[in-house]
Design a protein around this ligand. Structure first.
Ligand code: ZN
Length: 406
């Protein structure tokens, strides 16, 4: 598919970032703390972007940051008393990996850890937001590792570039496109509630199954679902699932609620840092909290990866996502599926962040509108939506093939 070249570009990018050709040691230039009402922000100024991992340990409480081997140019770390840092240490952990340890006087939870690329007069930064937590919450989250540095891999890469895995072989031309269908919510997360105890998680799973059946019976596609039953799945794992299977399209299905219960109609969302309107921003903010229902905010754990890959890969993927979204909207209109005014909208849905797979989130309708919720609970209505989606997907791939011939 068209993404072959993108996969290749990503591989080259990763090779460049982590290969011995780029093996000049990383410099840690300074370490700063910022105190906010709801969090403490730790910023490490770096002289280049780097892969990292950060996690917490107990007895005594510590925050640990692993990075590729670095030169420490940050001097003695000054931390405000309220940050809870008692001492800072750093040194080599093993060949190719250095470690920074912050000794803490209390349990903390890491909220976010990500690389912020440098700009004019600004260095690349590793940013870590953390906050105080109760001992019981700490016990739940302490095994979470943020970031994607794999010490074993780094060592192998530094030893010999030949040990790197070759780029993935391109998919055979005759392989059918793989559509990843992602029914929203599930398990302990019911999603939006409709009349008579009807829940979003149930109707979107039913819609996903209808769509899968239609796509498969066309003989043109392979289909995988992020969940096929009433299971809770973290947002980041939905994206990981799509990437692991090298999906060609990612379609997240929802039927959320609106404050205004009169609003009904389908809409299609693509990723943007800035939401297209206040209503959409609220919808995305609520949706991104799905992981909190399981007690842990992991919706942001992959921001580091996205940060590195965003510029190169994301732009192309976002354009394809937008094109796909417009194709779906046209298909809704052509096939009698009622849509919202301005049915293609933008927002920062966490589930749309695969950097290399065109992704859309469909609001098939709203559970807050009794009439629409009841309709979504009927097989006829779901079949109609699934049929419009299937035709839209057909149209999308016709266009992709046409572009490849040019
Ligand atoms: Zn939802």
């Amino acid at each position: 598919m068209a993404l072959k070249s993108l996969h290749f570009a990503l591989t080259i990018l990763l090779l460049t970032l982590f290969s011995p050709l780029n093996a000049r040691a990383l410099n840690i230039e300074s370490v700063r703390f910022g105190l906010y009402e709801e969090k403490t922000r730790l910023v490490l100024d770096l002289d280049k972007p780097a892969d990292f991992r950060v996690f917490v340990l107990s007895e005594p409480y510590r925050m640990v940051i692993d990075l590729p081997s670095f030169e420490w140019q940050a001097g003695e770390v000054q931390s405000p008393q309220d940050a809870g840092v008692q001492a800072t240490r750093h040194g080599n952990l093993k060949p190719g990996i250095s470690r920074i340890v912050f000794d803490l006087n209390r349990p903390i939870s890491i909220q976010k850890a990500f690389i912020l690329p440098g700009g004019v007069g600004k260095p690349d930064r590793l940013v870590i937001d953390f906050s105080n937590v109760s001992l019981s919450l700490f016990e739940q989250i302490k095994s979470t590792v943020h970031g994607s540095l794999d010490p074993d891999k780094i060592q192998a890469q530094n030893a010999n570039i030949a040990t790197l895995a070759p780029p993935p072989p391109p998919k055979p031309q005759d392989q059918k496109p793989l559509i990843i269908i992602d029914p929203g919510h599930g398990g302990i997360d019911p999603g939006a509630s409709g009349p008579h105890g009807l829940h979003e998680k149930k109707v979107v799973l039913a819609l996903a199954k209808d769509l899968k059946a239609q796509l498969e019976s066309s003989g043109k596609y392979r289909v995988k679902m992020t969940r096929a039953d009433n299971t809770f799945i973290k947002l980041s794992n939905r994206v990981k699932f799509a990437r692991k299977h090298e999906g060609d399209l990612f379609i997240s299905l929802h039927a959320d609620s609106m404050e205004n219960k009169n609003i009904s109609g389908a809409s299609v969302y693509t990723l943007s840092e800035k939401a297209s309107d206040a209503q959409t921003a609220k919808l995305a903010a609520r949706e991104n909290k799905a992981d909190l229902i399981a007690g842990i905010d992991l919706s942001v754990e992959d921001e580091d990866v996205v940060g590195i890959l965003m510029d190169l890969a994301m732009r192309d993927t976002m354009n394809q996502s937008k094109f796909f979204a417009n194709t779906l909207v046209n298909s809704f209109n052509a096939n009698g599926v009622k849509t919202l005014p301005r049915p293609h909208r933008y927002a920062g849905f966490a589930v749309l962040k695969a950097p290399d797979i065109p992704s859309v989130l469909i609001e098939a309708g709203f559970m807050s509108n009794d009439k629409e919720a009841n309709l979504l609970n009927t097989s006829d209505h779901r079949q109609k939506i699934a049929s419009a989606l299937t035709k839209g997907i057909d149209r999308y791939f016709e266009q992709v093939r046409k572009n490849q011939r040019i």
